[in-house]
Design a protein around this ligand. Sequence first.
Ligand SMILES: Cc1cc2nc3c(=O)[nH]c(=O)nc-3n(C[C@H](O)[C@H](O)[C@H](O)COP(=O)(O)OP(=O)(O)OC[C@H]3O[C@@H](n4cnc5c(N)ncnc54)[C@H](O)[C@@H]3O)c2cc1C
Length: 420
Amino acid sequence: MTGFPTEVDFAVIGAGAAGIGASRRLREAGTVSTVVLEARDRVGGRVHTIAPAGFPLDRGAEWLHSADRNPLSPIAQRLGFSVHRRPPEWTTRLRRSGETIEAEEEWIALREAQRLARHRAATEAEDGSLAGVLEPGGRWSQLLEATSSWANGAELGRVSIKDYVRYEDSGTNWRLGEGYGRLFETLAEGLPVVHEAAVSLVDHGGRAIRLETLRGAVTARRVIVTVPTSIIANEILRFDPPLPDKLAAAAGLPLGVDDKLFISLEGALPGIEHDIYLLGSTISRETMSYQVRPLDRPAIYCFFGGRFAAALEREGQAAMFSFAAGELTRLLGNDIGKRMAPLASTAWLQDPWARGSYSYALPGHADDRAVLAAPVGDRLFFAGEACSPNFFSTAHGAWLSGITAAEAALEKLRAAAADR
Ligand SMILES: Cc1cc2nc3c(=O)[nH]c(=O)nc-3n(C[C@H](O)[C@H](O)[C@H](O)COP(=O)(O)OP(=O)(O)OC[C@H]3O[C@@H](n4cnc5c(N)ncnc54)[C@H](O)[C@@H]3O)c2cc1C
């Protein structure tokens, strides 16, 4: 870890994917002194790998989404990470959850119809919510709600259609054998990160920008803010003079809730060699999605979102496990009950430096991403997944937004030097 400086050219607030991307780009530029001020005692933010049972578990981001377009895919390969290309079948194999093949086909056709309806609705002048294109009381409405809670961290009625359709999904998803978190730890090596240095105030009224942190004050000529929208909207980090546009944009882009429970699984499951995906229920929005024996590991990863996840977080890991064990024994038989034990779980909503999982836009707030990402004058820049126009809610979207902000800041620095 870097010592605490009092004066720098650049300060980056936050050492998550965006802050690491920004800081590496500044380091490439070579000539500027930089500090990365991070509230936690580790880097990575919402990308974090742990290994309580000897194999890596990603508490946050796990998938290289849009992997064939994701700039982190070639970087991971170059760094020697093992990239697993086995495609997930997240929500397409309903027959494993007690539905018939015909029902599964009906669901897949409905999903395509929903996709087209969303794109049509997004061209209308007024924004609406994803619930607006639902058939009232339809056969699959609960499962659509559950899938929204996994994709957006929020129920359909809370999510802007215009924003949702701007997300670019190539449909290719890969995983890293060593964990996504380990990739960001590697990318952060040698960066000037100061841990446990939460910034509470960005005072940008004077000639230099003054940052108040838990470790004391730092002045910087330019600042890149990469904290989650929840931290700006709740004024955990404040600006003086105030920035009401940023506050409003951050409030329009709240973080949804998604959590994970990791379960150890003893012994084989007949007929299941590796990586199958199960949906706990097709008729309740309060359900989990399960990765069984992911990458052939003796484990089950459980994923759940929205209001259901927020409630389970409050109840704790034992309640998460009891719910998951109930669904899994219904699907896989009673015998599995004796072979499972909880390994670890997350509570991202309760995490003080995340306060949620990833951003979605409220109806009418799709353009808030551009407002949040816009620089203030030529000294204050913004990055983070919520600033990404097309890859929001992802680690690579955050990474790219950090690089974009660093390049914009370097450009202003060059322009100012040329004017002198
Ligand atoms: C359960 C879950 C599953 C996910 N799955 C995937 C996935 O499979 N694929 C994918 O691409 N994405 C996934 N994501 C989303 C992805 O993790 C995030 O979009 C991305 O990591 C956000 O990066 P960021 O740099 O914008 O923010 P963060 O990672 O939150 O980084 C911001 C940093 O700022 C720090 N900070 C906060 N406040 C302050 C302060 N006041 N002062 C100083 N530092 C501060 C934080 O500690 C943090 O380190 C998932 C997220 C979760 C929670």
